[in-house]
Design a protein around this ligand. Structure first.
Ligand code: ZN
Length: 489
């Protein structure tokens, strides 16, 4: 039995002013055959990683393809996407004959000329491997579940957890189902119920937690093989943007349809009830100061690099400095120019520094301040589950009682090392401001006395009605009150 695995992944915010080129992939994950690390998967590479680990035990051969993944930003350079795609397709052609293919794809990648990158890749892969080869795909739930990719995939699975702490477990599920199909034990069929809705669904809040737990409990019995909730990625202007429910069943399309419909209707009934409460920046900072003990974590989801935001908005930082807040640390603020200036000035230097506010109008005005350089770290990193996420060269600076972690590899707040690797003990600060929507909860949720979500003026608006969509198929909630959810696959 011969399997092949590869990854091409990023989450494209089509409204972002930051283009994504091959350089963005080289900064994050750019691994050719023979270069794949043994210790842990890198972002969306879990299918290759778990398949490699099980190859000997389960008695099959894995042909390892290239894995490319970039931090979320704007549309991907067309030639760069085609270069990566053609490399993977050439590897696929060389690896024939194949029994199975496992792709680790984020699912919300958009390139110039390709609104459905994953559909394009999977369709071309299918043309090469033929109809009898089993194609399995792992997606992030923040994906666009297009009909093209469903048509050409045998088994599609999304992570269930948000924060995405189950990337490897879902890759294991995918591999198991692919192997069972190849052994003739199951005949997967898929159904998708399109809920016609845009939303955010942290599984750290009770309503979605309960939904995911019930979804999981349905798997493995009564012909149900897998259930995924597709959250959708709101910051992309593509036609097939929408949340929904995907069911994989064993041979029984009617059962898959029925369950997708039942859970889909329930998912529709959860509209507007799955997001945390948001305070204004001033209210949020005031509430954090009022707490008797820290750390109080303030989240700035609107400037989440993980959703393609520049992560250099200064609004909350300015509020902290102007309020003369003591014992506060903010990170990450993406500003490679400021990092360079800090390295040039040296550890302990007191310098005038212009921080943030550089990429676009949604970055706010830069903050000019006299800062003390308190830490300089080359090739810094943080963890997210088993994955080590590079931060590039980092500097920490102090403005009165406020410390700022400046990074040069743009990414969101994930692990406590974001602070500790530049000499800031997060447990000993009263207020921690993190630029992240919900992934920070996996580590910061464990140490926070309280988590406060604020709505800043950074670009990822929580109110989706404010987003200037032109291509998204209508009607869709909350842009439209009346919608027509239903089975589309
Ligand atoms: Zn995601």
């Amino acid at each position: 039995m011969r399997l092949f695995s590869a990854t091409i992944a990023t989450e494209t915010n089509t409204f972002s002013p930051l283009p994504t080129s091959i350089e963005g992939f080289k900064e994050s994950v750019f691994l050719r055959p023979g270069e794949h690390p043994d210790d842990a998967p890198r972002m969306c590479t879990a299918p290759l990683f778990v398949t490699r680990q099980r190859a000997a035990r389960d008695g099959f051969t894995l042909i390892e393809g290239s894995c490319f993944a970039a931090s979320p930003a704007g549309r991907v350079n067309r030639a760069d996407y085609e270069f990566m795609r053609d490399e993977v397709l050439a590897q696929l052609r060389d690896a024939m004959p194949l029994d199975g293919v496992l792709f680790g794809l984020h699912g919300a990648m958009v390139a110039h000329g390709y609104d459905d990158v994953e559909g394009d890749l999977i369709e071309r892969a299918r043309a090469i491997v033929g109809k009898d080869c089993v194609i399995g795909v792992e997606h992030d739930p923040h994906c666009h579940m297009t009909l093209k990719r469903l048509r050409h995939t045998d088994i599609m699975i999304c992570y269930k957890e948000y924060p995405h702490t189950d990337v490897s477990e879902r890759a294991e599920d995918l591999l198991t189902l692919v192997l069972r199909t190849l052994r003739g034990e199951i005949k997967p069929v898929m159904s998708f119920y399109d809920c016609r809705q845009i939303g955010s669904y942290p599984t750290t809040l009770p309503l979605m937690r309960g939904f995911v737990d019930r979804m999981t409990a349905l798997e493995g019995k009564d012909d149900i093989l897998s259930v995924s909730a597709v959250h959708c990625f709101p910051y992309a202007d593509v036609e097939e943007l929408s949340g929904g429910i995907l069911v994989v069943a064993n041979g029984n399309k009617a059962k898959a349809d029925a369950l997708a419909t039942r859970l889909g209707e329930e998912f529709v009934s959860m509209r507007g009830k799955t997001m945390p409460q948001f305070l204004s920046v001033a209210e949020g900072v005031k509430a954090a100061i009022a707490e008797p003990a820290g750390p109080v974590v303030i989240a700035d989801p609107a400037d989440n690099a993980g959703g393609g935001a520049p992560s250099d908005n200064t609004t909350i930082l300015r509020e902290l400095v102007e309020m003369k807040v003591d014992s506060a640390a903010l990170g990450p603020l993406w500003d490679p120019i400021a990092v360079r200036l800090c390295f040039d000035a040296g550890l302990g230097a007191q310098i005038p520094l212009r921080i943030g506010g550089k990429i676009g109008p949604d970055s706010g005005q830069p903050l000019d301040a006299s800062v003390e350089v308190t830490a300089l770290t080359r090739d810094c990193w943080q963890t997210f589950g088993p994955t080590q996420v590079p931060l590039g060269d980092c500097a920490a600076v102090r403005i009165g009682g406020v410390e700022v972690v400046l990074i040069s590899n743009r990414t969101q707040a994930l692990g406590l090392e974001l602070f500790s690797n530049v000499g800031i003990n997060p447990l000993q600060r009263k207020i921690l401001v993190v630029k992240s929507t919900n992934h920070f909860m996996a580590s910061f949720g464990l140490i926070a006395k309280r988590v406060i979500y604020v709505e800043s003026d950074a670009p990822l608006a929580r109110d989706y009605r404010k987003i200037a969509y032109t291509k998204v198929k209508r009607p869709i909630w909350p842009l439209d009150e009346i919608t027509h959810p239903g089975l589309t696959f």
